[in-house]
Design a protein around this ligand. Structure first.
Ligand SMILES: [Zn+2]
Length: 187
């Protein structure tokens, strides 16, 4: 039986992520900064917010400044503190949309054509340097199933049915078949 090439194996990982993206897309699922921040917090702290310094769960929220504050060690932190979006000037919704774009392009096997630095910079209306950094940081997060941003945009808990998982090639072909639904902006 034919074995999958390393490129096909990598694409399989991206297809699994793609098929777990929200039905109506990330923009519809997380329409504003609050929705994105809530989602990131829920994925980051599934058992309730804990302090980034001392891990205490005695944490309050400063509504106006959108900051958490630890009542134990008095540290203030945001939902992105210590993540790849730490101190980013880009809005969180921007990171979510870029995550969806990167997953989609890789899953469809068109990343080389679509994710060029200048192409993305034009598409997002940000500098080439900012785009490059965004892409580097997101690629590291999104290429592993446990990545925080990957887990945040992959809402559907998609898994390959056990009877399909008999061989890599079967799974690959099955996933390609699932990819047929058109995605806005990529067809
Ligand atoms: Zn603390």
């Amino acid at each position: 039986m034919r074995c999958l090439s390393p490129k096909e194996k990598a694409r399989m990982n991206w297809m699994v992520a793609f098929l777990a993206l929200p039905d109506g897309g990330v923009r519809a699922e997380f329409p504003d900064e609050i929705a994105c921040a809530d989602r990131l917090a829920a994925v980051r702290w599934p058992h309730g917010v804990s302090c980034v310094r001392c891990h205490s769960t005695d944490v309050g929220f400063l509504e106006l400044r959108k900051l958490y504050h630890c009542r134990n060690c008095r540290r203030q932190f945001s939902v992105t503190s210590g993540t790849i979006a730490h101190r980013s000037r880009l809005e969180l919704s921007f990171w979510f949309i870029a995550a969806e774009d990167i997953i989609t392009a890789h899953a469809k096997g068109v990343a080389d054509a679509l994710l060029t630095g200048h192409g993305l910079a034009d598409r997002y209306g940000i500098s080439y340097a900012a785009t490059y950094r965004l892409k580097q940081l997101l690629m590291r997060d999104l290429s592993v199933p446990t990545g925080l941003f990957r887990a945040s945009v992959c809402v559907r808990g998609f898994t390959i049915p056990p009877d399909i998982a008999s061989s890599d090639l079967d799974r690959f072909l099955w996933l390609v078949e699932q990819m047929t639904a058109p995605v806005p902006g990529y067809d």
